[in-house]
Design a protein around this ligand. Structure first.
Ligand SMILES: Cc1ncc(C[n+]2csc(CCOP(=O)(O)OP(=O)(O)O)c2C)c(N)n1
Ligand SMILES: [Mg+2]
Length: 570
């Protein structure tokens, strides 16, 4: 890429947009500002990308993340200081969740830095590096572009994001976007560096030998399997070895749940017994991208076999050996070829899925969480993109997904409101799929304005919002009846009309089973917005239990949760 190929002259801004496009980024999210308008003008004049203006930079960062989940790479454009700091929570989430997002800040002119001129959107303290330094903590690479480094840095940052599956941060000073520099004519090629041949060979041989000799091999998948795009390889391997494949909750839906060797969700002691046994008693477990936290390990009760092989994006641990310069896809492809096909392994018993039944009970009965989620199980269909925010919406993790579904969530980072911005991004990346959002009233209130952008672009998602008067999941931690867990009671179902006067969205308010059934039978040719009214104490036992346990961990034995101030399972 930075080859000796003949160059051409191009404006720095145009070159940046060209590189983004070559990397597969077709849309840019963000908010205009004086320090980035010049790049927006270049975008407008060249038509290189489509601009999707958002209501806030935080939502832009969520949208770029949601876009990257489906597209492989996403980008946002913000304006100096105020923009990057508004977006940093979302970019931090991309870092935590391993999502490649390019955050571009149109920044103060190089002229001002050279001359030490104080400018607006800065701390007015003579330092111009605050935001680069802040982003050093939440990105894999950062740079301020100059006419000298632009070609190298633009390519380095885009490639780093894509290869590491992590966000990067770039400052484009506003007075250089229109300057001509010499740039390569060759397109940017997104590719991993080739593995070291000897390391790759030895690594494949070591894994294949162990898996072939094992009586009960198994595979455990975390989110990186999705980010590095190796789910098909893992299923092939599971099939060839007749080995069960389990996921941790952060990787729910990464493996097709209708796959014959799909085992279920492994979550330590909280797992189904057959899942726990297959993973913990495996004599050769291959774990992919495993990053344990309390939520994915049944509160640290996970216990992987001592000799677990840990494969990551670019390295593998096998016993005492650590293999560097090996890429996950090449490793897995090699292992699939190297292991013999197994045809006679005793089939493991796979847990029964929740029955796909319609909401039960009397049509006039008040809607409960139990009936709601049973109805949702029946509503899901092949190929859906599902979004889950924090809260009782986590009940979605307990449903069985039809084939080819994608789940967009944020299990590690868990910032409320993420799902609404991510929905905009994913709709932009893959408008042909059906997108379904599961969100609580509290989470929705954080990023509700972005519903207007979704309506503005004529998207047709299904939005299931639970109105339970506040932060129910938090009541299971602390403050069952405290006012700090209450929120204002919006007229949610009216919002499509508020955000777009001529909307064709179908809005429903469901108070009973019958109301919900009516909403579920609406066709998907326009946005469907379903506000379901539920009791503020209503949550399924696993949700409440996780809050109760979380409180013990968070506050310790002398914490305030001991004062009978906690929602408890009934
Ligand atoms: C940015 C951010 N602030 C605060 C929290 C803490 N938090 C986690 S869940 C939650 C409440 C969610 O309430 P809601 O969306 O209404 O869900 P439900 O009532 O169904 O549990 C809050 C405030 C968070 N996760 N992220
Ligand atoms: Mg709520």
């Amino acid at each position: 890429m930075m080859s000796n190929s003949p160059g051409q002259r191009m404006k720095i801004g145009d070159f940046l947009l060209r590189r983004l496009k070559e990397a597969g980024v077709r849309h840019l999210f963000g908010v205009p500002g004086d320090y980035n308008l010049e790049l927006l003008q270049q975008l407008q004049d060249t038509g290189a990308l489509k601009w999707i203006g958002t209501c806030s930079e935080l939502n832009a960062s969520y949208a770029a993340d949601g876009y990257a989940r489906l597209n492989g790479l996403g980008a946002l454009l913000v304006t100096n200081g105020v923009g990057p700091l508004a977006a940093i929570n979302g970019v931090g989430g991309s870092y935590s969740e391993h999502v490649p997002v390019i955050c571009i800040s149109g920044s103060i002119p190089l002229r001002s830095i050279d001359r030490g001129l104080g400018m607006h959107h800065t701390m007015a303290d003579g330092s111009f590096n605050h935001f680069l330094e802040a982003y050093a903590h939440v990105t894999a690479a950062q740079a301020r572009l100059t006419p000298r480094n632009a070609v190298i840095e633009i390519d380095r940052l885009i490639l780093t994001a894509w290869r590491e599956k992590l966000p990067v941060y770039m400052e484009l000073p506003s007075d250089i976007a229109y300057l001509d520099i010499e740039v390569p004519t060759d397109p940017l090629v997104l590719a991993d560096p080739q593995s070291d041949p000897e390391r790759l060979r030895s690594c494949i041989a070591a894994i294949a030998e162990r898996l072939s000799a094992a009586a009960s091999p198994a595979i455990l998948v975390d989110a990186d399997a999705d980010r590095f795009g190796v789910a098909p390889e893992l299923m092939k391997l599971g099939e060839k070895l007749q080995a069960p494949v389990a996921v941790v909750v952060a990787a729910k839906a990464a493996i097709d749940e209708t796959f014959a060797h799909y085992l279920g969700v492994y979550n330590g002691k909280a797992s189904e017994p057959q899942v726990r046994k297959a993973i913990e008693a495996s004599d050769c477990l291959l774990a992919v991208g495993y990053r344990p936290i309390e939520v994915t390990t049944g509160d640290f009760t996970a216990s992987l076999p001592v000799h677990t092989i840990h494969a990551r994006g670019h390295s593998v641990d096998i016993g005492d050996d650590n293999y560097q310069a090996v890429t996950l896809k090449e490793v897995l492809t090699g292992v699939i070829d190297a292991v013999p096909r197994v045809t006679n392994r005793a089939r493991r018993q796979v847990g029964e899925a929740v029955a796909a039944a319609p909401a039960n009970g009397d049509a006039s009965a008040q809607l409960t969480q139990a009936a709601y989620w049973q109805a949702m199980q029946g509503y899901l269909r092949e190929g859906d993109v599902l979004f889950v925010d924090n809260g009782t919406a986590f009940t979605l993790f307990g449903l069985k997904f039809p084939p080819k579904c994608t789940l967009v969530g944020s299990v590690n980072w868990g910032s409320i409101g993420y799902s609404v911005g991510a929905l905009l991004g994913a709709l932009t990346a893959a408008p042909e799929r059906r997108h379904i959002l599961f969100v609580g009233d509290g989470s929705f209130q954080v990023s509700a304005q972005e519903l207007s952008t979704i309506l503005r672009h004529d998207h047709k998602p299904v939005i299931f919002l639970v109105n339970n008067g506040g932060y129910t999941i938090e009541r299971g931690y602390l403050g069952k009846d405290e006012a700090y867990n209450d929120i204002a009671n919006w007229s949610y179902a009216d919002l499509p009309k508020v955000f777009r006067r001529d909307t064709s969205a179908r809005s429903f308010v469901a108070k009973t089973n019958g109301d919900l059934q009516k909403a579920l039978s609406a066709s998907n040719d326009t946005m469907i917005f379903v506000e379901s009214i539920m009791d503020r104490y209503d949550a399924l036992a696993p949700i409440i239990n996780s809050g109760n346990k979380g409180a013990d961990l968070d506050y310790g034995p002398r914490g305030p949760q001991c004062r009978d101030n906690q929602l408890q399972p009934v």
